[in-house]
Design a protein around this ligand. Structure first.
Ligand code: SF4
Length: 357
């Protein structure tokens, strides 16, 4: 297969298909780079259906790049709560600061400048550059990798930086002035709606069906080839819901590492799952909260990318409110503090017992 011509992908037919079949998504209303950039960052690791509500709320609260650059961290985290991968939100704010201070609030317009923004990799730079500024820079995400691998019969793992670069280089000749954004979006849209990730692709309605290697040989299940991921490690965790009067204890996580800078309920590694209650009471006492009564006990699992937490959580009524913890009412927990999903079951318990249930 000749890779110097985009692997033989018929770009014109693909773009025509996109023009007729594109979904009406909120970030496609115009080519404002702030809106497109935000959507591309939100859509990483997250489904379109999950993003749309967040996207509208975010833009209503922070309608311009200046607003984002000046946003309070807790406000920003609250807008992001539930989307996960909070480093994306932190980097958005950092990049907005660069756009305001270095470019006077105007989004940079070259691939290299966009790529240099915090949190922006080759994929996002390619997407914003091609969609907003008609730059000939492919954006290679999972959808595009799948379409390309099936169409060309790409026989190497696609989930390596080397393969992504090779495929981006192969697609670049297809990018011609005036249609760069349409090509990027049509490749992604085909992967999302026709050349599906789970289940059989809809080859019958695919504009690439004539030249597609996987369709001709009936081998779509083989592509894209991926290297095995490392197994996720597991960790036993102990978490506390400390209640004193109508307030609950929170603390902020360190500025680096997992869930950096976010609010959490006090937690620690659980040494012996058989003795979780004893460890919980001792941990609460060590924090200075004087636990007096066990109110609730629950267990749940939370899956991160690289680790899976098995959490045993205990709610105690306490007689002291040590000052190195932050004490918030159930209403404040809901309104002000961004609690990551890893602690959502505990926040739900706080909402219940905070209402006197
Ligand atoms: S013909 Fe089928 S396998 Fe090939 S790109 Fe289209 S949907 Fe995917």
């Amino acid at each position: 297969m000749d890779r110097s011509d985009g692997g033989g992908i018929p770009a014109a037919a693909l773009i025509e298909w996109f023009r007729q079949n594109a979904r009406d998504l909120p970030w496609r209303q115009n080519r404002d780079p702030y809106r497109v950039w935000l959507s591309e960052i939100m859509l990483q690791q997250t489904r379109v259906e999950a993003v749309t509500g967040y996207y509208a709320r975010f833009l209503a609260a922070l309608p311009t790049v200046e607003d984002l650059a000046a946003a309070d961290d807790d406000v920003l985290n609250k807008l992001w709560q539930g989307l996960g991968y909070y480093s994306r939100a932190r980097n958005l704010k950092k990049a907005a600061g660069v756009i305001v201070s270095r470019y006077g609030g105007r989004f940079p317009e070259t691939y290299e400048e966009i790529l240099a923004l915090p949190g922006v990799g080759p994929y996002t730079a390619g997407a914003v550059g091609s969609i907003c500024f008609d730059l000939p820079c492919p954006a290679v995400d999972g959808n595009v990798l799948r379409v390309y691998a099936r169409f060309t019969g790409y026989d190497k793992p696609v989930n390596t930086d080397e393969a992504k670069k090779e495929i981006a280089d192969a697609l670049r000749p297809l990018y011609t002035p005036g249609q760069c954004g349409a090509l990027t979006q049509s490749l992604m849209e085909l992967g999302a709606c026709v050349c599906l990730p789970n289940g059989a692709p809809k080859c019958d309605i695919c504009p690439l069906r004539e030249g597609c290697a996987a369709r001709k040989s009936g081998t779509w299940q083989r592509y894209p080839i991926k290297t095995e991921k490392k197994a996720r490690r597991t960790a036993d965790m102990l978490a506390l819901l400390l209640k004193c009067g109508d307030r609950f204890a929170l603390r902020r996580r360190p500025d680096t590492g997992l869930l950096a800078g976010l609010w959490e309920f006090p937690n620690t590694a659980l040494k012996n799952p058989e003795k979780a209650l004893e460890e919980a009471a001792a941990f609460a006492a060590a924090l200075g909260a004087k636990p007096a009564e066990l109110l609730r006990q629950t267990g749940y699992t939370h899956v991160f990318t690289h680790v899976q937490w098995h959490v045993q959580a205990f709610a105690f009524a306490c007689e002291a409110m040590p000052g190195d913890l932050v004490w918030a009412t159930a209403e404040e927990l809901k309104r002000i503090y961004a609690i990551p999903s890893a602690f959502r079951p505990i926040a739900d318990t706080a909402a219940e017992i905070g209402c006197g249930i």
